[in-house]
Design a protein around this ligand. Structure first.
Ligand code: GDG
Length: 455
């Protein structure tokens, strides 16, 4: 295969510890190791006068090249357009959008600068794989510079329905630029159809049954490529974790209480306040569960500079206080709320011990936590996944108890049902999900995308 070039917003340089990196970073680095290639993106740093000369590193067959952003670029491109406009838009939260023309201009300008730097690093036969909403206009900016390489794009978050997308000033340009890629991949068919509906009805384009699209004078393909995890690795971590010191400490602290677990970046798309509400509801309506169950929410702070995220933090602090204030006993606190992150092996120990994995996003591209929770279970005595109908993962995790996260009473009932579910049913549900996870791993995802891009 030709050289592979991956572009993503944050690039983990070789010195960054992979044990803390997510499964995605690990999988992409594996692809680069396999084919040889280049990983290009933002360094994560802001400096007053960023240079267009990238900082380089090399490890094995993989080159890394990163550039810095100026404080203004960081503000307009990253904090404002990507994370205060595109993120809420794609998660159907129009009320949270804070549109500013300067942010849009900044977004396009940063994409243009990234294209300028990248165009000097590319060889004619390189295959380029661009990741996520930060870089929708990147291929168009590369094409303007005469590059004819195969360029693919994968959107990790949902793609909004045309009616929602139309709320974004500049949506026509955004979709036109998206069509400069050769392959556009989505997490689910629903996301894919949202784009093809737009192409058909807003852009006068054509869409074939095989995902072939003709629009804006270009021909491209679109497809659904649901992202997976390293299933065996999580299963192994889960098994090893059960005898770890952390697992022992957690078990000791729980006594004979059951554990309900939530793990999410602290993000409003994850439905955490609604989940707290559901737990409150369960303790109110089912007093028999008081003192018998503990809900642990791990929520490392994310995008702390964005106002909406700071508000969410305040809201959750208050909810934790409200639930614990009302129900706690001198020897039991119903909610454990932790604003920090844990290494993957510790996380696996928590997954393994939890009787219920409570994954209730209001909207989510896929949600890897749901998959990791399943993979880390004890096959002899697996826990139950409760999953939102609005997570991409729901298409595959047919063994989950599926809920509407906006309905706290329904989620409370699902909790009671999951906590009391007989072993046989738990095993059947888990087996169904695990078979899916074994068939669609992250390696499978990566290979099927790259195969489609090369075809
Ligand atoms: C985006 C899309 C899509 C979380 N806390 C800790 C920790 N994590 C890890 C989890 C998981 C990852 O972070 C979160 O992945 P999600 O998929 O749940 O969510 P997003 O971050 O929003 O990801 C999403 C994904 O991209 C991939 O395409 O599924 O829909 O929004 O892997 O384990 N990891 C460690 N400590 C923590 O405390 N080590």
């Amino acid at each position: 295969m030709a050289r592979l070039v991956i572009v993503s917003n944050r690039v983990s340089m070789p010195r960054e510890r992979l044990s803390r990196a997510g499964g995605l970073a690990v999988a992409l680095r594996e692809a680069l190791n396999q084919y040889g290639g280049l990983w290009f993106g933002w360094s994560g740093e802001t400096v007053a006068e960023p240079s267009n000369e990238p900082r380089r590193a090399r490890q094995g067959k993989v080159d890394f090249a990163v550039i810095d952003l100026s404080p203004e670029e960081h503000q307009q491109f990253y904090l404002e357009f990507a994370n205060s406009i595109l993120w809420p838009l794609c998660h159907y939260r129009l009320g949270l959008i804070d549109f500013r023309r300067a942010a849009w201009d900044g977004y396009l300008a940063v994409n243009d600068r990234f294209a300028e730097v990248l165009s000097k690093l590319l060889r004619p036969d390189d295959i380029v794989w661009v990741h996520d909403y930060h870089f929708i206009p990147l291929a168009a900016a590369l094409r303007r510079r005469g590059l004819a390489n195969k360029i693919g794009f994968f959107l990790h978050i949902p793609f909004p329905a045309p009616e929602v997308l139309a709320a974004l000033p500049g949506h026509e340009r955004l979709v036109r630029d998206l069509c400069a890629y050769d392959l556009v991949g989505f997490q689910t068919k629903t996301d894919m159809r949202a784009l093809t509906e737009y192409i058909l009805h807003e852009a006068n384009g054509q869409v074939g049954d095989d995902g072939h699209v003709l629009a804006f004078g270009r021909s491209l393909r679109v497809g659904a490529f649901p992202i997976g995890i390293d299933t065996e690795d999580f299963a192994r971590l889960g098994e090893q974790a059960q005898n770890s010191l952390d697992a022992q400490r957690l078990r000791d602290s729980l006594g004979d209480r059951k554990l309900v677990l939530g793990v999410d970046r602290l993000d409003y798309s994850k439905g955490i306040p609604q989940r707290f509400d559901a737990f409150y509801n369960m303790l109110s309506k089912h007093p028999e569960w008081r003192g018998k169950v503990t809900f642990m929410q791990i929520a490392p702070i994310s995008r702390g500079e964005v106002t909406q995220y700071r508000k969410l933090r305040g809201e959750l602090d208050a909810l934790t206080g409200r639930i614990n204030g009302k129900f706690a006993e001198f020897d039991w606190a119903p909610v454990r709320y932790l604003n920090k992150s844990f290494p993957r092996n510790q996380l696996a120990a928590f997954y393994r011990i939890a009787a219920v994995g409570l994954v209730t996003p209001l909207r989510d591209g896929m949600n890897l936590v749901a998959k990791e929770y399943v993979a880390a279970q004890n096959p002899e005595d697996p826990g139950v996944l409760i999953l939102s109908r609005f997570a991409g993962a729901v298409r595959e995790m047919g063994g989950a108890v599926i809920v509407n996260p906006y309905d706290p009473e329904q989620v409370a009932e699902a909790l009671v049902r999951a906590l009391s579910m007989p072993l046989d049913e738990r095993r059947q549900r888990w087996q169904y999900n695990m078979d899916v996870l074994r068939a669609n791993t992250i390696t499978h995802w990566r290979e099927s995308f790259l195969k489609a891009l090369q075809a």
